[in-house]
Design a protein around this ligand. Structure first.
Ligand SMILES: O=C(O)c1ccccc1NCC(=O)[C@H](O)[C@H](O)COP(=O)(O)O
Length: 205
């Protein structure tokens, strides 16, 4: 079964939508000032509290001080830290020494060298994306064919290209944000339709 991650949740309504749709992971962009999806530590805690216990809460960070993801994981607010900045292996090692939570390292894919770098990452999971995250744009998928390691696929996934993405790349998980919004706000119908489409596709495989 392809896992599904829905990212960029920032309102209590968004939590209600994902609790209804039942993806596997729910992502909060935490204290990334350049993002319109960014929420504070406190808001992430309040949102995560309302999340269905079967959905794993993920905190998305970009070059955050180590204490931020560590505190959120150790407080049980998030189970997974997704590192979407320039975090290196030393950063990942340090974070691992501070917490038992899982770590996803995101890589912006522009060439085969990015895939090689991702494959050799010490993170628990790798995530292949376009640009710095939440861009709504795809990267050249041919670069990720036969990646040789389980990966989260992100970047411009939507109802129309998901089926091709899953059949062609067989990702461990698909990760979506932009295509599930209408005018920058998460859209209940889009979330429910998209999760259902992935589940249906998996059932027919
Ligand atoms: O969503 C953001 O604004 C964001 C900003 C900075 C780093 C990461 C960010 N989001 C991560 C995600 O939402 C997902 O991992 C993925 O990038 C979603 O991509 P897309 O479906 O193209 O919006």
């Amino acid at each position: 079964m392809t896992k599904i991650k829905i990212c960029g949740l920032k309102r209590f309504e968004d939590i209600e939508y994902v609790n209804e749709a039942k993806p596997d992971y729910a992502g909060f962009v935490i204290e990334i000032s350049k993002s319109h999806r960014s929420v504070s530590y406190q808001k992430a805690a309040k949102l995560a509290e309302k999340l269905d216990k079967n959905i794993m809460p993920v905190g998305v960070f970009a070059d955050a001080p180590l204490q931020l993801p560590a505190r959120l994981m150790n407080a049980g607010i998030i189970s997974v830290a997704q590192l979407h900045g320039h975090e290196d292996e030393r950063y990942i090692r340090s974070l691992r020494s501070m917490t038992d939570g899982k770590i996803i390292k995101a890589f912006s894919v522009t060439g085969r060298q990015d895939i090689e770098k991702a494959i050799s990452s010490i993170a628990d999971y790798i995530l292949l994306d376009q640009g710095s995250g939440g861009s709504g744009r795809t990267f050249d998928w041919s670069l990720a064919e036969s990646a040789g390691r389980k990966f989260f696929l992100a970047g411009g996934l939507d109802l129309y290209n998901l089926k091709e993405a899953i059949s062609r790349l067989e990702p461990y998980a698909v990760d979506l944000s932009s295509s599930l919004e209408t005018e920058g706000i998460k859209d209940r119908k889009k979330i429910i339709k998209t999760v259902e489409a992935v589940r249906e596709y998996d059932r027919r495989k």
